[in-house]
Write a protein that binds this ligand. Structure first.
Ligand code: GUN
Ligand code: ZN
Length: 378
């Protein structure tokens, strides 16, 4: 990949509206316009979608997972194939999560120490070890544009003492990641991850420690782990404004359309979530009129498009009755069309947010969607 080392990692804010930011981030595979939603491609594929579909949906950057790609097909194989971009024929930016979150959600099959985390593969039970240095080396082999540090995502309900010790470990691991991956080596950016559970002083301590390390951006981890929405929004609004202003802010694993708009209003620039693709596969579709459960009998004879305002191929071409039929018949095309639609919806939402920030009407856009997705209208 050819890129200009002089501009790599540059984050430029071109407009603000309240705390919301409109920006652009330079990566080795192109410039990402923010705020942005990143479709999740855990195993090197956004489930049911080909790169052509992602292009059509307007995807700028997708996410991959270190844990999954390390186990299968293996990062050594990816390196031999010229990295994930080339292997998967995706020429735009890729962000990889570090594997910390996935390993920690394995619960019984992990062992934590100062040096890293031992875990067993969910495929065959084989033993593996992730250290900060190892996850840097794996992400180097994957060749992602944005790499994440190894962190411990503390479980919801963890007490103060555990959470305090954990965030210090996450900071030490973050320093080791930075040392193992000097700034912009291979053209790859590196982001730190804020932890600290649901204790504001611990979140601040984590952030202060991370901000001393020279990262290209900072993420908020450890949210959307089982807490209530008010708890999540409270912590989000507390910590996001304290994050460095001049680098991108990334809220990991979040969320619904309303969560994303809330994050943007708090000054977050990047989001990822399995929600649009996972929900697509179980027939829950996001539209400009609210959520649609395409499996419902009321759509049996419905000739209208899923969303008359959506530019996606599914909405331009098929009726709700046909999409319902595909879902009920468990046809494979159902997964593709529903995923294409939901990803288009989330990327359209991000684009609308960027335009609204530029035009100083972000609060009105957020209020509009709060009405569209009001709980009573589910
Ligand atoms: N994805 C969602 N939350 C987290 C987190 O806390 N850490 C990491 N590494 N990934 C996440
Ligand atoms: Zn559509």
């Amino acid at each position: 990949m050819t890129y200009d080392p002089a501009t790599l990692g540059q984050f430029t804010i071109t407009a603000t509206d309240g705390a919301a930011r409109r920006g652009s981030l330079v990566t080795a595979h192109g410039v990402v316009q923010t705020p942005i939603f990143m479709p999740v491609g855990t195993q090197g594929s956004v489930k049911a979608l080909a790169p052509d579909d992602l292009d059509a949906a307007g995807a700028q950057i997708i996410l991959g997972n270190t844990y999954h790609l390390y186990l299968r097909p293996g990062d050594d194989l990816l390196a031999r194939k010229g990295g994930l971009h080339r292997f998967a024929s995706w020429n735009k930016p890729i962000l990889t999560d570090s594997g910390g979150f996935q390993v920690f959600s394995l619960k019984d099959i992990r062992k934590l120490s100062e040096d890293g985390v031992e875990f067993r593969s969910h495929h065959d039970g084989s033993k593996h070890f992730f250290s900060p240095e190892k996850v840097m080396s794996i992400q180097n082999n994957i060749g992602s544009d944005i790499m994440m540090v190894l962190d411990e995502c503390v479980a919801y309900g963890a007490d103060y003492d555990y959470t305090a010790k954990s965030l210090e470990l996450t900071t030490r691991w973050a320093r080791r990641c930075r040392q193992a991956h000097p700034r912009h080596k291979n053209g790859q950016l590196l982001f730190g991850i804020n932890q600290g559970g649901f204790f504001k002083d611990l979140r601040e301590r984590s952030l202060a420690q991370l901000a001393e390390i020279d990262f290209d951006g900072f993420a908020i981890g450890g949210l959307s782990v089982g807490e209530s929405i008010p708890e999540m929004y409270d912590m989000l609004h507390h910590i996001a404004p304290l994050m460095p202003r001049d680098t991108p802010r990334y809220l990991m694993g979040v969320g619904t359309p309303l969560d994303i708009l809330e994050g943007i209003s708090a000054g977050v620039d990047m989001f990822d979530c399995v929600l649009p693709t996972r929900n697509a596969r179980n027939g829950t579709l996001y539209t400009s009129q609210g959520k649609v459960n395409i499996r419902r009998a009321e759509y049996r004879e419905d000739d209208s498009p899923l969303d008359p305002l959506c530019p996606c191929y599914a909405c331009r071409t098929f009726s709700k009755a046909y999409l319902r039929h595909l879902y009920v018949a468990q046809e494979l095309l159902s997964y593709r069309l529903n995923s294409l639609h939901n990803i288009t919806f989330f990327l359209t939402l991000a684009r609308q947010a960027r335009e609204a920030i530029e035009q100083g009407r972000f609060a009105a856009l957020k209020a509009h969607y709060q009405d569209v997705f009001a709980p009573a209208k589910d």
